[in-house]
Design a binder for this molecule. Structure first.
Ligand code: GLN
Length: 486
């Protein structure tokens, strides 16, 4: 077994026992990146010399007997929407093509403080808008299970590199499903924490009231390990919550006694692929066999969640993206123009089609005369979506259903049809609107060999219990151990 096949927890233990150095681990993953990048295109930047330098620093600290962090010598890939000091951060957009941040995002600081090695920056849909990573202005990432298919999005690079074993773990962001959906489509674990659990400082904002940063991993334990390393209060993000971070890895193997699983009928309706439904229902059966009780719950407003999301998210995006004006950062037009002309030409040249569409939708739904009909109405729906979950959680510990309506679709299949693309988020957006934690874990494959994801949704700040519930299933199944052919 190559070092690049090991999980983060295994790599930490192995290095602590003297079985491998951080330099050897880094070399193994750099070799895996070199080997599979021509097919996967998961990374937008990898600085090999810098990776080796970081690994050597960890080894030197270890030799000197200095205390080491909980991710000592673990390579971590980071979505290119998270600022990295001195390292280009593009958001996979032409407008930030040459942007080198002068500071690290909070989560990147946390990774460094835990002695992780930042392996590289991963490809994404431009400004995290999309569900396939095809909206990247830089390259198209492929699904390791079938390279003619999309890896999901927007954190497609972070999902593909973990599934393709180029990195043991990675960070992504989830505004409407961008961690859980690509995790499901690539057959890995992906976690969207409670809103406020992880600081958004240094995350290039898409929709600030929905954005959260979270881990991708091959198993639940590694996801728990990465989340406990990056979570916690940070005064630079006013929405970050000051509340202790449990040591998730300590309890992850404790099963939940008397587990009650809420099964919402709204998650099993029209549009759900029968193969996905079969796999998810089989997973629920497995829980029943382990003593869990399935409870019928209803989330009556979930049919309106997608529409509300596609108003709230563009509204916030149109405001957040106003800062890209060709003056402060990134691309500025070469065409001669006055001030307003320079703004609009720079933005017209720098933003891709989907980003422009979102800015226009967002500006429209916020404009005077339409604001009450769209934006304010969507906020009311959002409140009702949250209330549905509050009521459901009075009757169960966790809500379960499919993460996505179908397995990975073909490259190009939906790229000309924004509405079809938006519909792939139908089961993931309500979690962000409600601010609750959610995750996707592997629960099977289609007959064609494509991974299927089971979604778990929990009450606010119950990540600890959510991990234990996920691990209960993982510990009796082997989906997470299968590897793609790439
Ligand atoms: N696919 C959704 C969108 O395009 C979600 C994106 C995300 O979570 N960043 O908005």
């Amino acid at each position: 077994m190559s070092l690049a096949d090991k999980t983060a927890a295994e790599l930490v233990a192995l290095q602590a026992a003297g079985g491998a150095s951080a330099a050897e681990v880094a070399d193994a993953f750099l070799a895996a990146v070199r080997d599979r990048e021509p097919k996967l295109r998961a990374f937008v930047s990898v600085d090999e010399a810098e990776v080796k330098r970081q690994a050597a620093t960890v080894d030197a600290k270890r030799r000197a007997g200095q205390p080491l962090g909980r991710l000592a010598g673990v390579p971590v890939a980071v979505k290119d929407v998270l600022c990295t000091r001195g390292v280009r951060t593009t958001c996979s957009s032409k407008i930030l093509d040459n942007f080198v941040p002068p500071y690290d995002a909070h989560v990147v600081e946390r990774l460094k403080a835990e002695d992780a090695v930042i392996l590289g920056k991963t490809n994404m849909d431009e400004f995290a808008m999309g569900s396939s990573t095809e909206n990247s202005a830089l390259q198209t990432t492929r699904n390791p299970w079938d390279t003619d298919r999309i890896p999901g999005g927007s954190s497609g690079g972070s999902a593909a590199c973990v599934a393709g074993r180029q990195a043991p773990v990675s960070l992504g962001t989830d505004t409407g499903g961008s961690i859980r959906q690509p995790a499901a489509l690539c057959g890995v674990v992906g976690v969207k924490p409670t809103y406020g659990r992880v600081s958004r400082y240094g995350l290039v904002a898409f929709a600030s009231s929905l954005d959260q940063i979270g881990p991708f991993a091959r198993d639940v334990t590694d996801a728990a390990l990465l989340l406990e390393a990056v979570a916690g209060h940070d005064r630079r993000d006013s929405t970050s919550v000051d509340r202790p971070v449990p040591v998730y890895t300590r309890t992850v193997n404790d099963p939940v006694a008397g587990l009650r699983i809420g099964v919402p009928k709204e998650f099993f309706g029209e549009g759900l692929d029968p193969e996905v439904e079969t796999a998810v229902r089989a997973a629920l059966k497995e829980y029943e066999k382990r003593g869990a009780t399935l409870v019928d719950v209803s989330l009556p407003h979930s049919p309106y969640a997608l529409a509300a999301y596609y108003i709230v998210a563009p509204a916030e995006a149109s405001s957040n993206l106003a800062r890209f004006d060709g003056m402060h950062y990134g691309h500025r037009t070469k065409q001669k123009a006055d001030l307003i002309g320079t703004y609009s030409k720079s933005r017209g040249e720098g933003f891709g089609k989907e980003v422009q569409r979102r800015i226009m939708i967002g500006t429209y739904v916020l404009s005077s005369g339409y604001k009450d009909a769209y934006y304010v109405k969507a906020l009311k729906v959002r409140r009702l979506v949250k209330k549905d979950y509050d009521e459901a959680f009075e009757r169960c510990d966790v809500v379960m259903g499919p993460t996505t309506p179908t397995a990975a679709f073909r490259i190009g299949e939906k790229s000309d049809d924004p509405l079809a693309m938006y519909l792939s988020d139908v089961y993931t957006v309500s979690c962000n609107l409600a601010g609750i934690p959610g995750m996707s874990i592997p629960c099977g494959f289609t007959a064609g060999g494509l991974p299927i994801g089971l979604q778990l949704l929990a009450p606010p700040f119950e990540e600890e219990k959510m991990f234990r519930i996920a691990r209960m299933y993982e510990s009796v199944t082997d989906w997470h151990t299968r590897r793609p052919g790439v």
